[in-house]
Design a protein around this ligand. Sequence first.
Ligand code: 4AD
Length: 478
Amino acid sequence: EAAKAIKITEDASLPAAKKLKIKECVNNRDTRVKVSGWVHRMRPQKNMIFITLRDGSGLLQCILTDKDNLTKTYDALTLTLETTITLYGEIKKVPEGSHAPDGHELHVDYYEVIGRAPGGDEAISNIVAPDADPTTKYNNRHLTIRGDIASATLKVRAAVVKAFRKSYDDLGLLEVTPPCMVQTQVEGGSTLFEFDYYGEKAYLTQSSQLYLETCLPSLGDVFCIQESFRAEKSLTRRHLSEYTHIEAELAFITFDDLLCHLEEMICRTIDTVWTDPQIRKFIQDLNEEANKEEKRRFEKGEVTEIKHYEFNPPQRPFKRMTYVDAIQWLNEHNIPNEDGEPHKFGDDIAEAAERRMTDIINLPIFLTKFPVEIKAFYMKKDLQDPRVTESVDCLMPGVGEIVGGSMRMDNLEELLAAYKREGIPADPYYWFTDQRKYGTTPHGGYGIGLERLLAWMCGRWTVKDCSLYPRWMGRCTP
Ligand code: 4AD
């Protein structure tokens, strides 16, 4: 009650405050500024309150002293995490030996509370506590994203998307926006999301590949960054129902050109990301955090050996391994197929075996030339060995497959036969088939799963934590 009587006022004799975002403070030291944000952390001390303010652009350490009653008001005494506040004061370098974000702190001379956040049971720290169970965390994803780990991952995500666009621009590919509502499948009927489109049957796109192929004669080499949808019925660490798909298609290339382009795209993009010191720091911090998480998983018995997380940009060239060699490698290392038997030609290499192999080799791998039977209908056969396709999966340590690509069938009759073989009705594909009729060309492309790429770079246990609002079987909220 006494505190309620204490009011603070802005000293009119001080210079007018410059309104800034936190990241702009570095270039505005020793000036009076005004910064607004959310109370991220708080440390009340005798006659002082330390606040770490967050505004999305960065973190700022702020100090309230008891001068002018700043620490004595009702607002100060009842301040809670996530309260929004505008703070006025001067940005000062921290003394030698002290640490604070950007090496400085705000010496507050006045503040205004904008919106209070609950304390007690409803306090954010009780709702999304670090040891909260995953369901609680995902139910409160809107609050979880305010945390250091989620926001760092999302910032890396934005940097990676931006860097991909730059790499594509550097290499001369044009961005297009294919439709998400379609009437054709690309990667098999079992993962199609079907919906009613004004009385017609339609699907959410599984991949924009077929549409990209139609752009080649019009726009040349193209790419898109678009959501893809898969009705995956399995709950794994690397499957989502909606994910961001980075896809590209190139004309008049060979299979080897495709592999070289893919390697160039991945390395060039990661180099761009890695040369940004702030983003590099996020990636390093996330991997350090991953090591702590791994230790906790080991202590709880969730993993049987401790994997060390550390991200470094990959070395070129990537290791290239054919499917046939992989089968042999798996058998030599006693890694069985899904039936517990040695792998044989024609087996799908299951997620567990693929991850195990990638983790042991511990390098990016281009796994190539998969058998025709286990790959999509549109893939071109290898002329030397028609049992296999000119296909590639790019595997990364910790995640396994992050890219799938191939050369495409460029012969009309072969394509028509492939529809038949797969039981795909040719009618809805007339526009795709026309590509083989009106001037066909050797061509190929690939799709990169953005969340999987991020899980690899950021050492995340699951792709769910690399998506803003992840969707998987049973989760479409928030
Ligand atoms: O291997 P996929 O199914 O290939 C295609 O869709 C091709 N049509 C792409 C193309 O050539 N344009 O998927 C490509 C990548 C996978 O390597 C994986 O990284 C990601 O997309 N992906 C998923 N990511 C998260 N959740 C899922 N359910 C995914 N399914 C595929």
